[in-house]
Design a binder for this molecule. Sequence first.
Ligand SMILES: [Zn+2]
Length: 322
Amino acid sequence: MAAKPFASSADTAAKQQTLEVLADGVYALTAEGDPNLGAIEGEDFLVCFEALATPVAAQAWLSELRRHTDKPVRYLVLSHYHAVRVLGASAFGAEVVVAHENTRALIAERGQQDWESEFGRMPRLFPEPASIPGLTWPTVTFADRLSIELGGDRGELVLEHLGRGHTEGDVVAWLPKDRILFAGDLVEAEAALYTGDAFHRDWAGATLDRVAALQAEQLVGGRGGVARGRTAVDAAITQTRGFLTTMLEEVGAVHAAGGQLREAFARTHAALAPVFGHWPIFEHCLPFDVARVWDELGGIERPTIWTAQRDREVWDQLQATT
Ligand SMILES: [Zn+2]
């Protein structure tokens, strides 16, 4: 069989971006499975959530947002450290760049490798990569919770770390007044999960329990459409958990039986593909996901750093000719 193109390197078709108004002064940009963004108006400032992969990519979203509001960006919130979510930060001109303290540590430890890895996996998400001025560094970090008063009768925006999940530094943004949750990559709506830097057991357990306990009325995940209404929100969370528990079960069965990684990949692929196989980035993500589950079950506590070279090795071992 012909070799599959590496990750999303052959995915060159532009996606349609859609700006949605979720409530007065609350915006989401979705893009058919490409990374989502959010923005929340304060009385005289904006909070933006996520930054895309390059300043040029971010500028296109800001131009759309500027049709609705001209308030300056005071806060840019990074949900986690991944390059396609942070390297466009300079376009926002934010006074404050907020992230979890573990995200800052991850950027220091592996931000450069992640940049090179993600650029190789998903080049389409990096328009004009030379516009990236360097790694993005948060200027304010927190451990558990940080509240931003929006002013007037807008209430507060609560930034929270709900436990380890997609990475060890995920942050969600919660608007209690409107019951709107920006979940970052902790929840995906009909898009495959990337779990190469994940803590699967924490994520599928206590962390998603805490996401669900918020009982959001609208949820913007990392990729996919906005989940509107309690039924759709719970479905997105359930589907995310299902992807994780299926991986844990299938990889776990092979691991416990003393089998091989390739066998775990084939078995997990067979179990997930009927439900999730047609979703964006499924084939791209799965080799990296299974490799991390395998490590986690083998007692490797923190994810091994993904480098452009390791990406290719894992791809060639698991996915290239399956
Ligand atoms: Zn991510």
